[in-house]
Write a protein that binds this ligand. Sequence first.
Ligand code: HAM
Length: 418
Amino acid sequence: MARTEPIKAVRGVRDILPAEMPLWRAAQQGAAEVGRRFGYEEIITPILEHAELIERVGEDTDAVAKELYRFDDRGGRNLALRPEATAGVVRAYFEGGLNQGPQPSRLYLFGPMFRYDRPQKGRYRQFFQFNVEAIGSAAAGLDAEVIELASEWLHQVGLQDLRLELNSIGDGKCRPAYLERLKAYYRPLKSQLHGDCQLRLERNPLRLLDCKVPQCQPFKADAPRITDHLCDECAAHWAVVRRLLEGAGIEYQHNPYLVRGLDYYTRTVFEFYPGGAKGQQDALASGGRYDGLAEAEGWPSTPGVGFAGGLDRVTELMAAKGEEVAISPPADVLVLPDGDLAVEAAEVARICRAVRSTAVDYEPKSLTAKMRSANKLGAKFVVLLTPEDAARRTARLRDMSSGEQTDLAWVELPTRLA
Ligand code: HAM
């Protein structure tokens, strides 16, 4: 038979191995805890959505235009693996009748997202987000609330050194006139811009501001700034958000070039970076207000604001900082049968599990070899079982930290281990 290569994971996706889980658990539990502290409730939405839902809300968005995992299912439906969660959460808010309840709906969600981007460190084709959305209110208080929630979460998981960038990109009322100004400024410079930016100039001029290509940088400083051209309502909103953040003691930098990669944003946009980092792929959490999203999906016009934190990046940074997380052994108790005692060992394990996590070493190895792996695994107790013990329904319990050993009946195990 021809030998075949073992089949490896798909490019750009990865396994999160048990050794990484303590940090992931800490990041997720911290997120859920902070979410609940702010009065947010958990929601789970599907990974599969109609491609149209995603496309309608972001035709000019890279995550949609170039990076969408899109396919036809067996029934010929055009589906997508969600590249982000906000479009789906807004859909669920209406479909699930949350729009009929008290407003705003405060929701949080964990789950995988998919983008067909060029993989690199911190950028994956399947990655995990902690998503927070407040839907059904236009109050500036909520913009500041979700920013404060993000900040508390990152602090809680040990990431204190952060940079928060903030901007307002106006709304449907003031942005069109601003975009005309921006285009008028850039048109005479068109031939000096790099290829993509030449296309953006007419199609999506806002993105000229967050271009990272060196040849486009010199023109930014003199470009008109949207915060100088907001309508009265957007200007008032922008002022309240900043005042609230100052009141909360949250430091931010106004970055007039921050426009975000998704099309649905209005007014507030923000990104959290590790202190000292530069470059978009380093954002740990980012979001903003999306007052036009519901309508773009075909629902009644409804404001919302939120953010998503990247769990891959957050846990990578926690690991790099040597964040201490209590690592517990896979099982507190290991049952070590000496010989062919699978049935008896399984029964002893069942008794122990009433009070502690317990596993059995079923391998055909010597007791010495089994003791060695129990040590490696960090077991707190081992239960040694010989054929003579098994016949009498007794065992020898060893406390691995003190070395103390006790012979006892199986029925005594729960009280001794508790
Ligand atoms: P986003 O900026 O596209 O926003 O993604 C949010 C976060 O997800 C980023 O700050 C980053 O930490 C992480 N992330 C994005 N792409 C990748 C990737 N390829 N690999 C690893 N991590 C990644 C959104 O998704 C919006 N839905 C956020 C939002 C919620 N806005 C309002 N509500």
